[in-house]
Design a protein around this ligand. Structure first.
Ligand SMILES: [Zn+2]
Length: 92
């Protein structure tokens, strides 16, 4: 499966916090914090704020599930990419 990359900007000196662009040009970037909700991550987009019940997330994680919007997934992907490239640079 091919997934288009979304524009994600890490926040300086904040390892788990990112700004992720919206698909809609009229909306600003969304703030994503990957350290929230037991490592599930939290986003301030409408989808996440109004559709996700935060109190259910710890149980979901225990059962092997995530409840993430596309902005959180994009931030997770960027964080993984940064970690992989950091490891590759250490090998050189
Ligand atoms: Zn979101």
């Amino acid at each position: 499966m091919v997934i288009k990359q979304r524009k994600v900007a890490p926040i300086l000196k904040e390892l788990n916090r990112f700004y992720v662009d919206s698909d809609h040009t009229c909306r600003g970037p969304y703030f994503v914090d990957l350290a929230e909700l037991g490592g599930n991550g939290q986003c301030d987009c409408d989808d996440f704020r109004f559709k996700v019940k935060a109190y259910e997330i710890p149980d979901l994680i225990e059962k092997g599930y995530w409840n993430r919007c596309k902005h959180i997934v994009a931030a997770v992907n960027l964080k993984a990419l940064i970690a992989v490239r950091h490891d590759e640079n250490k090998k050189l």
